[in-house]
Design a protein around this ligand. Structure first.
Ligand code: FPP
Length: 237
């Protein structure tokens, strides 16, 4: 959800106003995703690197997430049938009261089936892989048993399907440590729209773009593919 700061600067507003507007955009996009029948939506809300931002901005971001998403929007999302979940590190930097609100939102919405909204908070794709490797070592898994499946089972949300589509806003052409393992075969759509201006129409446009793509998953022809390669098959790609 990139471009909040630039959106605010263009209007002569503090960067934090961009995050506030970004939260509105997220709610609209989430409603749009539900309407489109998209079963999984994952948003990058706060990265393991975002702690480097000025303390006021960090505090504001955490409050926007906690006060809006986890309080005001939580019930609306629940009514829409959205299951809310979080991926990322729960380390000492995540205030305890925020962790509690995350757990409450996840608990309240856990049986909802219309869409899973996964919020990546204090998340980094490399950190996720580091944590998976740590778990393998802690569990004493022998090297010969380590394959794609063993690693996937130790990601933050192992049952979450790999994303079909990744949308990057604000004219940036990077993945910035987002779901590094999971996006191996995702289609990437880049848009110049700054995140606070993003609405469900932009989501629909990105899905249309996705539908025009031919996905081969390493095969020569989409017709042969039959979908994403599973498990250790990836080793021969
Ligand atoms: C990147 O834009 C955006 C973020 C670091 C924060 C994203 C958070 C929100 C949209 C707030 C709402 C989120 C939830 C889950 C309720 P930037 O600040 O780096 O923008 P810039 O590249 O223009 O400086």
């Amino acid at each position: 959800m990139d471009g909040n700061g630039r959106w605010a600067q263009k209007r002569g507003l503090p960067r934090t106003e961009g995050h506030r507007a970004g939260e509105e955009a997220l709610f609209d996009a989430a409603q749009g995703a539900v309407e489109l029948g998209i079963p999984w939506l994952t948003v990058y809300a706060f990265s393991t690197e975002n702690w480097r931002r000025p303390p006021d901005e960090v505090r504001f971001l955490i409050n926007v997430i906690a006060d809006n998403l986890l309080t005001r929007r939580r019930d609306a999302l629940h009514e829409l049938g959205v299951r809310i979940r979080f991926i990322g590190r729960r380390d000492w930097r995540v205030p305890r009261w925020v962790g509690r609100k995350m757990d409450e939102a996840a608990e309240l919405t856990r049986d909802n089936t219309r869409m899973t909204l996964t919020v990546a908070f204090n998340y980094g794709g490399r950190a996720e892989l580091v944590d998976a490797v740590r778990r393998l070592v802690e569990e004493g898994v022998p090297a010969r048993k380590i394959d794609d499946r063993a690693i996937r089972a130790r990601l933050y949300a192992p049952e979450m399907p790999d994303p079909d589509l990744v949308i990057r806003t604000s004219g940036e052409f990077r993945l910035s440590n987002f779901l590094i393992w999971e996006v191996a075969y995702s289609e990437l759509v880049f848009t110049d729209v700054l995140w606070p201006d993003f609405r469900r129409e932009h989501l629909i446009e990105a899905v249309r773009e996705f539908q025009r793509r031919e996905r081969r998953f390493g095969d020569t022809d989409a017709r042969h593919g039959g979908g994403e390669p599973a498990g250790s098959d990836l080793g021969s790609q």
